[in-house]
Ligand binder design. Sequence first.
Ligand code: HEC
Length: 123
Amino acid sequence: MRLRLLLPVAFLSMIFSAALMANDNGPTVNPGTQIDQQSGLIKADGFSLVLAHCSACHSPSLITQNAMSRERWLQIIRWMQNTQKLWPLGDAEPVILDYLSTWYGPKTSARRPPLAPYLMPRD
Ligand code: HEC
């Protein structure tokens, strides 16, 4: 009798925790932050500029699957401008870089911690 109640509960909690884990690999999003359904981009300051400038040639998923510093984002933008006909971004550039480095910045949790001093090479 007990077991009949317990099994569905255990099953549901397994599904629930699997769903939570599956959700764990995106950028860390503050509670209340919305994702634009169509582009998959986080809706925050600069979102509409990024959508306008960065989804004309390729899927915005090239953005959402990346995690880079502001400097790296700028390098990618320069590379697209030099080789892929991306236009000058003008006043939008700093806003776009703020957005990219804030929401698609390097993932600190994905990095290994620094080596202990005794593991470092000797000079
Ligand atoms: C004029 C066309 C064009 C526009 C507009 C454009 N890109 Fe790209 N981008 C490209 C091309 C072409 C590639 C290479 C695509 C590929 O490898 O499939 C690319 C690749 C990328 C990559 C992957 C680079 C890599 O090394 O893996 C990222 C990230 C990216 N773009 C971000 C952006 C962002 C951010 C913007 C807005 C500022 C933007 N793109 C606007 C043409 C464009």
